[in-house]
Write a protein that binds this ligand. Structure first.
Ligand code: SAH
Length: 247
């Protein structure tokens, strides 16, 4: 079972995911995700760092082929920039793995959690782009950013920054500013659902890449996205259901 743990808090983990963890003899995943789970002493854990996804997928398939009940865990949804894709990338490598009983338990992905906190920024057409260029060339990221901006999508940016690539998010904002209006709403949603959660609202004209780190999801609005001011509280960020103000 490839299991999505959601963005952090237990309330954002599905009952199916919880049951899959309980039923597992072996839990495979990135160390910090395993630490979030209250595992029993009889459950074996297989920790890895967050880069070795394909090796982790192979290990999980190997254990499952030995008859173990394996849960491979991902934060958020396992199909969004995460382990489910790695498992299906590896599964064709050994003909015996094709006969395994593999299932995916979905999870709340970071962009849904962030959207819920912000209001309804994903209320109309949107897309998700990972800014990590570990697994694709940066030129591809730029091409997709340009296309998303020209298509006037709301854009959810995953993996906006890391220690190895602190400047990419700034480059992405520069590219988007050449196409989208400077008053476009932008949100930095950091560690959503965790004790150190923080939300920062700004505009594309003012957006500073330094506000993003590995735990941040950045939401860049469309031409229709707006902030709704409130008295004494953070504005809501919302994108109307109807395009062009018509209903
Ligand atoms: N499978 C995960 C995404 C993995 S990519 C999911 O569905 O959410 C890792 C990126 O997800 C991070 O760099 C960050 O952009 C985003 N992310 C994950 N958890 C987050 C959280 N609690 N708050 C904000 N962003 C988060």
């Amino acid at each position: 079972m490839v299991v999505g743990l959601g963005p952090g808090p237990a309330e954002w983990m599905t009952p199916e995911a919880g049951a899959a963890i309980k039923a597992a003899s072996d839990v495979v995943g990135y160390g910090p995700y395993l630490d979030r789970l209250a595992l029993r002493a009889d459950q074996r854990t297989h920790r890895s760092d967050n880069r070795a996804e394909l090796d982790r997928a192979r290990l999980a398939l190997k254990l499952a082929a030995e008859g173990r009940a394996v849960a491979v865990v991902s934060g958020g949804d396992p199909g969004v920039f995460a382990m489910a894709a790695a498992v299906f990338e590896a599964v064709e490598e050994d003909p015996r793995w094709l006969d395994l009983d593999i299932a995916v338990a979905p999870g709340v992905t970071a962009m849904q959690a962030a959207a819920a906190r912000l209001g309804a920024p994903l209320g109309h057409d949107f897309c998700a782009i990972s800014l990590s260029d570990n697994l694709k060339p940066w030129a591809m990221v730029e091409r997709r950013l340009r296309a998303a901006a020209e298509g006037d999508f709301v854009i959810a940016l995953y993996n906006p920054a890391s220690r190895a690539r602190p400047a990419r998010i700034g480059e992405a904002f520069d590219l988007l500013r050449r196409i989208k209006g400077r008053s476009t709403p932008v949100a930095f949603a950091r560690a959503v659902g965790r004790p150190d959660e923080s939300l920062t609202l700004t505009t594309l004209g003012e957006a500073d890449g330094k506000l993003a780190d590995m735990a941040t999801l950045v939401v860049v609005g469309s031409s229709e996205t707006r902030f709704i001011a409130r008295n004494g509280a953070r504005p809501w960020m919302a994108t109307p259901r109807a395009y062009g103000g018509g209903r």
